[in-house]
Design a protein. Structure first.
Ligand code: SF4
Ligand code: SF4
Lengths: 283, 186
């Protein structure tokens, strides 16, 4: 029977991270999972709303949750780590604080009756993909990889209760099932500079530079990510990184869904690996 | 309703965020792990200490600091804090307050604040963030024309910049949300 799951793509997946969206959708298709997008979804406010306006930073995700609820969605996949972090914390705060919930519901004009299950991409892969992977695998990704979790995927820990905060393992485990050899390295959850990308790209060179350099020096052949912001900083920002580091770093940055897609025989078009700035010369 | 005997910023933070800065015992673990500590004028543990002083001049200094804008909300500090003090939440409050009082650091933070404003304007307009539109708006606002423009052709050729913005159908709902939140924000 076809499995059905709610889906919140979020803005970057429709724009600068098209390949992430393409790989998630192709992978779901390959595993016979139907993704149902939240009707008329809006931006969650991501890395900006919370800096300037608290109510807005809760109301934008609350509208998404309400739209999902209206559509009867009980479980929803949110591949962008920044969006999933926002949706999860908002839902948690609203159901903890009834007064705040009321205020936010008045702002959105929509009410929320019960929490829905929000899955980040790792949880989705663990539950929906890994058990079926042996049947669908046609290749092995026999490369040394550096799994880069970034800051938002494993945090906030007290709400998420997902993986360890320091030296997380979930992505490493998934990569092993794809035939890869994850390296041990200390930068798994270091910050890439996140939302400072446009306004302070000088800092991205430094923060992301350290990450890309460390992965390279430890012999990784690819960096694996699960967040469009991390990908943008480590891939699209490579010229700034190379300038800051004073050398040319060629290591490609792949979404975890692209790697599993490749392992399952999806084409480069399905996984979108041609859209990267840093060429992916792995097959 | 508020109970603020000292009329201090730390009491205000406590009221709005439920984070008690008095719980910080200055172990410095947060600053040691903060990826942006080197760039900051006051590290996260210093920010907590400044709140604890309840001194008006120091509080103002804090609201004018670059640190609050450099913080990327990565949550490394709270993950490591033995008291689980939610520093990113405090930073959020300080940023909001700093803008409201017009105290934000004019030189260093100009671009960061401009970016957040452009981002939110775009959402207010269409319900979604549309990168090319947002980048243009940001460029005009920050007058920061030199960075990034070389990236655009590469991004277009890889299909990473959509030519037209997608927008939410129920835009009135989005605009109402913005209008109401503006009223209710601090
Ligand atoms: S959330 Fe802010 S203060 Fe805390 S570690 Fe990250 S950048 Fe530093
Ligand atoms: S880690 Fe926590 S207790 Fe230690 S200095 Fe930072 S905020 Fe204070």
């Amino acid at each position: 029977m076809k499995k059905k799951l709610g889906f919140y793509p979020g803005c970057s997946l429709e724009g600068t991270s098209r390949e992430y969206s393409e790989s998630v959708i192709s992978l779901a298709k390959r595993f016979d999972i139907e993704l149902e997008a939240v009707p008329d979804w809006n931006c969650c406010g991501a890395s900006s709303a919370h800096n300037l306006n608290k109510i807005l930073s809760l109301a934008l995700p609350a509208r998404i949750l309400a739209q999902a609820e209206k559509a009867g969605i009980k479980e929803i996949l949110v591949p962008c780590a920044a969006c999933s972090n926002r949706l999860i914390t908002t839902q948690h705060e609203l159901f903890e604080e009834p007064e705040l919930k009321k205020e936010v519901e008045e702002t959105t004009g929509m009410s929320l009756s019960a929490p829905i299950r929000i899955l980040n991409v790792i949880q989705f892969i663990q539950e929906y993909i890994v058990p079926e992977l042996p049947n669908k695998k046609v290749n092995a990704f026999d490369k040394k990889v550096a799994c880069y979790y970034g800051c938002l995927l494993v945090r906030p820990h007290d709400i998420l209760q997902f993986d360890r905060l320091e030296d997380p393992q979930s992505m490493d485990e998934i990569m092993k099932t794809s035939g890869a050899e994850p390296i041990d390295w200390p930068f798994k959850t270091e910050c890439c500079g996140a939302g400072l990308s446009l306004s302070r790209s000088d800092l991205i060179g430094k923060l992301s530079g350290k990450i890309v350099n460390e992965a390279t020096e430890r012999g990784a052949e690819a960096i694996i990510v699960a967040c469009p912001m991390c990908h943008a900083n480590l891939d699209m920002r490579r010229p700034v990184i190379n300038k800051y580091m004073g050398k040319k770093l060629n290591i490609p940055v792949l979404y975890i869904t692209q790697v599993i897609g490749m392992v399952c025989g999806l084409s480069p078009k399905d996984t979108g690996i041609k859209r990267h700035l840093v060429k992916v010369n792995i097959n | 309703m508020s109970y603020r005997p000292n009329n201090s910023l730390s009491e205000e933070v406590l009221e709005h965020t439920k984070v008690n800065s008095a719980g910080c015992y200055q172990c410095g673990k947060c600053s040691a792990g903060c990826p942006l500590a080197e760039e900051m004028d006051y590290t996260s543990s210093m920010v907590m200490r400044m709140l604890q002083t309840e001194d008006k001049a120091i509080e103002k200094e804090l609201l004018k600091s670059q640190s609050i804008w450099l913080c990327s909300s990565c949550e490394m500090c709270i993950s490591r804090c033995p008291m689980s003090i939610d520093i990113p939440k405090v930073m959020d409050y300080l940023r909001q307050k700093s803008v409201k009082e017009g105290l934000q650091n004019k030189t260093a933070d100009k671009n960061i604040v401009a970016f957040h404003r452009s981002f939110l304007d775009m959402i207010q307009l269409t319900g979604r963030s549309y990168e090319p539109g947002m980048i243009m708006d940001y460029k005009l606002r920050s007058k920061d024309f030199f960075q990034d423009l070389t990236m655009a052709p590469k991004m277009f050729s890889r299909g990473k910049l959509p030519i037209f913005p997608e927008s939410v159908k129920n835009r009135k709902n989005i605009q109402d949300i913005f209008k109401k939140s503006k009223k209710e924000s601090i």
